[in-house]
Design a protein around this ligand. Structure first.
Ligand SMILES: [Mn+2]
Length: 382
């Protein structure tokens, strides 16, 4: 029927179900076929690997392949996208997104963190004159896209993230995990821990303690290190928290830190002892008897003037120049991997938070290359 007929029908008759565009659309659907979609779904199942056992819908995969999830198609620092995760292994660095924000307790939006970090990072060339490093020359880096998280189910998402991190750790590739909120800190460590032959230390940059057992009856973004340090080879005595302070939510966590003998370094401590001495001490704590050290970097450790795009901003934080220097020292002895969490693009201004997050990652990688802990350093002869 023509639009004119429809207008006439509007004036002259009762509305009938068969006159609706919606009814027409339902009928039209059966003519569209689904062969291409089925092919893509088959390929996605193959390339994205089997989901964790707790995922009931077995068409979902471990790494999200379908639909495309990189948002705009950029990869971190324009690294090649590895679509077939079965081919994974042998690289120096893998970038992987964990776009979960079900763990936020105030402002959400970190599910868009991986997309923003990738998009903003794709502008760079990988070379830094101060570091004397060209990351693209020194590192074989791939981006495997995002882990398939379950937006409304934090425990199923943990199962997926832990399984993916186990897969990566077993293949000895350095992971850079793009969050997501800080709840992913727990499954990141849970996934890695079984593959580490000894204890794992944690260097944790944050304004908040993140050591409470639960918030609102769930394991949220204020609880990753309560649960991580329950893992037998991730003892709290090797957990060092840097930048803690302010007025938000650290009371239950400080009690846990005291009971479990975690190390808490406040902004005042950093001012008093100086960046270098504090970082030397942090390395000492994290590495004491440990086999590996994980870097967990919460962007809210930086003052909200420089990192407004985050879920629970806390004024009085670190300055960008300070954190870049601190993470370079943190990486000097080598790292098992890192996560960059709590970038929330809807609250960002002019991409400055995502930009800084990407720079933290680049400075860590450069420091690892400089120290000979990652990749193949290209040296001029003589
Ligand atoms: Mn945190």
């Amino acid at each position: 029927m023509t639009m004119n007929n429809q207008q006439d029908a509007h004036h002259d008759h009762e509305i009938r179900r068969e006159d609706l565009r919606g009814t027409w659309g339902m009928e039209k659907l059966s003519e569209l076929g689904g062969e291409k979609a089925r092919e893509r779904a088959e390929q996605a199942k193959l390339y994205g690997l089997e989901a964790a056992p707790s995922i009931v819908d077995r068409s979902l995969t471990l790494f999200r392949r379908e639909p495309w999830s990189l948002g705009g198609g950029s990869t971190f620092m324009q690294a090649p996208y590895l679509q077939d995760v079965r081919q994974f292994g042998g690289q120096d660095v893998v970038v992987v997104g964990a776009p979960l924000d079900a763990g936020t307790t105030y402002r959400p939006g970190t599910r868009f963190g991986p997309e923003a970090l990738r998009r903003v990072s794709s502008l760079g060339y990988g070379y830094n004159p101060e570091r004397g490093v060209d990351l693209r020359e020194s590192l074989n880096m791939v981006d495997v896209g995002d882990i398939q998280v379950i937006p409304a189910n934090i425990e199923k998402s943990f199962d997926q993230i832990a399984l993916a991190m186990g897969y990566i750790t077993e293949r000895s590739v350095f992971p850079v995990v793009l969050g997501g909120d800080h709840s992913i800190g727990y499954p990141d460590i849970r996934g890695m821990a079984p593959f580490i032959d000894g204890n794992i230390g944690i260097i944790h940059f944050d304004r908040h303690s993140d050591l409470s057992e639960k918030s609102y009856d769930e394991r949220m973004h204020g609880s990753p290190f309560f649960h991580a340090t329950n893992i037998s080879n991730a003892p709290a005595t090797n957990l060092v928290q840097i930048g803690i302070g302010g007025w938000l939510g650290s009371k239950p966590g400080m009690k846990v830190a005291r009971e479990r003998k975690a190390t808490v370094i406040t902004i005042e401590d950093i001012e008093h002892f100086g960046l270098e001495r504090i970082m030397e001490y942090a390395l000492e704590v994290a590495w004491k008897g440990a086999r590996a050290v994980w870097l967990s970097f919460d962007i809210d450790s930086v003052d909200p003037a420089f990192a407004p795009g985050t879920g629970t901003p806390e004024p009085g934080g670190l300055l960008p120049r300070e954190v870049l220097k601190m993470v370079r020292i943190a990486a000097r002895e080598g790292l098992q991997g890192m996560e960059l969490v709590e970038v929330s693009p809807p609250y960002d201004v002019s991409d400055i938070t995502a930009l800084l997050g990407g720079r933290v990652i680049m400075d860590v990688l450069a420091s690892l290359v400089e120290a000979g802990k990652l990749g193949r350093i290209q040296r001029q002869p003589g």
